[in-house]
Design a binder for this molecule. Structure first.
Ligand SMILES: Cc1cc2nc3c(=O)[nH]c(=O)nc-3n(C[C@H](O)[C@H](O)[C@H](O)COP(=O)(O)O)c2cc1C
Length: 140
């Protein structure tokens, strides 16, 4: 079975906590997983190797993806997602989730199959809900 990659950027740990909980849910749903920070060198090759990928990035700048690491990474892989199943998640602060709506539209243009709505959590996440999201993604 192909692995499921969970690839994230996190500045203060909230999206990282989501990523870890989602990975836990994937595993409990029977998936083989790989959890990677986007700044590691393996993230791009994991996207190529995995049929399913969960991408995590908080709302940064002004309702955009984090611009120094995550945005260039995502731009480099979005042309390779057409045959894949993808989940999106991330933490936010004071906004209304616009960054996630924009990200979902962008993912749809890539041709990937989007799993549910992107999971958004204000600041520190509800880890149990993240785990459930991962478990459902395992079955997608
Ligand atoms: C530079 C900066 C820009 C941010 N911009 C937004 C924003 O546009 N909208 C929003 O809802 N939250 C914004 N936030 C809040 C973060 O999304 C929020 O604190 C989130 O929990 C950070 O996730 P992390 O702990 O994974 O880094 C911003 C935070 C920082 C530090």
């Amino acid at each position: 079975m192909s692995k499921t990659a969970v690839i994230y950027w996190s500045g203060t740990g909230n999206t990282e906590a989501m990523a870890k909980a989602i990975e836990g849910g994937l595993k409990s749903g029977g998936a083989e997983t790989v959890l990677l920070s986007v700044s590691g060198k393996d993230a791009a090759s994991a996207v190529e190797q995995c049929e399913k990928v969960a991408f995590g990035c908080p709302s940064m700048g002004s309702e955009v993806l984090e611009e120094s690491e995550f945005e260039p990474f995502f731009a480099s892989v979005e042309g390779k997602l057409a045959s894949k199943k993808a989940a999106l998640f991330g933490s936010y602060g004071w906004g209304d989730g616009q960054w996630m709506r924009d990200w979902q539209e962008r993912l749809a243009l890539s041709g990937a199959s989007l799993f549910e709505e992107g999971l958004i959590m204000q600041e520190a996440p509800d880890e149990a809900a993240c785990t459930e999201f991962g478990r459902r993604f395992a079955a997608f």
